[in-house]
Each structure stands twice: as C-alpha cells, then as structure tokens.
Design a protein around this ligand. Structure first.
Ligand SMILES: [Zn+2]
Ligand SMILES: [Zn+2]
Length: 199
C-alpha cells in the first residue's frame, strides 16, 4: 500500500515537473517570437530620419548590425541589451500594476529582455560552454543558423533566440504575408533599400 502511494507521488511529481518544463519552453518560444516580430519590424519599416531618439537607440544600431554583424561581440552586456531591457520594463510594470501573479508572463518578459544576449551568442564561434550546450540542443540558436539572416535582403530568420520558429515562419512565408497586409494599408518596406544604405 505504502509502495503504491510512493509510486503515485513520484508520478505526480514527475508530471508536475514536466508540465512546468513544457510551460517554460512555450514561454521561451513566445519570447523568441515577440523579439523576432520586433526585429522584423525594425528591419522592414524603420529608416533613419523619422526621430533622432529612434535613430540613436534603434534604427542606426539596427543598420550597423547588418553592416558589421561581428561588432555585436565587442559591445558590453549593457550596451547590447539596454534597449530590450528598457522595452521589457513597460509590460513588466503593467503586469505588476495589474497584480498579475502567474509566473509565465514574467518569464516571457525576462527571456524577451535577454533576446539580444541570445542573439549576440549566435554571433560567437565559441560561446560559453553552457550556451554551446543549449545551442547544440536547439534551445538557443547557433551561429550557422543565424548567419543566414545576415545575407541581403535580410528577409528571413528574424527570430534569434531558439532554432524552432524560423523554419516554420519562413516556410509559411509569415513575414511576407504580414508585409503584404501592411503595404496594402499604406506602409512602405525600407528593408535593404538605399534609405537604409542597402541594409
Ligand atoms: Zn536584421
Ligand atoms: Zn545578427
């Protein structure tokens, strides 16, 4: 009787652990998608000259990253991640203000705030050992996969955290579909055009 009880408790504990792991994995995918959406929007719709603030913090660094991909390795943690952390603070304050207690949205925000760190590691031939392990597992994206994004016209592989979303989103032509809708609504695609110096 006691054995059966212990076995049941072990199964319940394993099930609970697997559920939490699965939820955390879904949070990682959502964070990857949100950061990819932002990256796609930057590459596609932003051109210098609209706002000095946007130029300084988003547009020019974005163009520079396409021009000099390896330079991301020279930036400090703070230089590489400050904009993402600042952006993530907005939904974080909103969740706190709304008294949201579920851990999942906070994990999404935390992971999304680190998206440029994961991106930076996808530019390293020799990242830290644990990162390399995670890259080999697919949980983080390795350099060979991200390198494809850096080919003109910068039209694919916008998600830079995991290895899982890009094959699906690119296969179903997700980004071009969004662009067709936006263009029909009057938006202009600036990606890889002279206003972005070809980047
Ligand atoms: Zn890009
Ligand atoms: Zn990159």
């Amino acid at each position: 009787m006691r054995d059966r009880y212990d076995r049941a408790m072990i199964i319940i504990a394993l099930f609970a652990t697997a559920t939490i792991a699965l939820e955390a994995f879904v949070c990682l995918l959502i964070a990857d998608f949100l950061a990819g959406l932002l990256h796609w929007a930057e590459d596609t719709w932003l051109a210098p000259g609209a706002s000095p603030l946007l130029d300084k913090w988003v547009v020019l660094p974005n163009i520079d990253h396409h021009r000099r991909p390896g330079a991301i390795r020279e930036g400090s943690y703070w230089v590489n991640n400050q904009v993402s952390i600042f952006l993530a603070a907005v939904p974080l304050l909103l969740l706190v203000g709304l008294n949201v207690h579920a851990w999942e949205p906070y994990l999404v925000i935390l992971l999304a705030s680190q998206s440029n760190q994961f991106h930076m590691w996808a530019h390293c031939a020799n990242p830290p050992a644990l990162v390399k392990l995670l890259q080999n597992s697919g949980l983080l994206q390795r350099a060979a996969l991200h390198a494809v994004h850096h080919k003109r016209p910068y039209g694919v592989r916008y998600c830079t955290t995991t290895s899982y979303l890009n094959p699906i989103l690119d296969r179903i032509d997700f980004w071009r579909g969004l662009e067709r809708i936006a263009v029909r609504l009057g938006a202009t695609v600036y990606r890889a055009t002279p206003v972005r110096q070809g980047y």
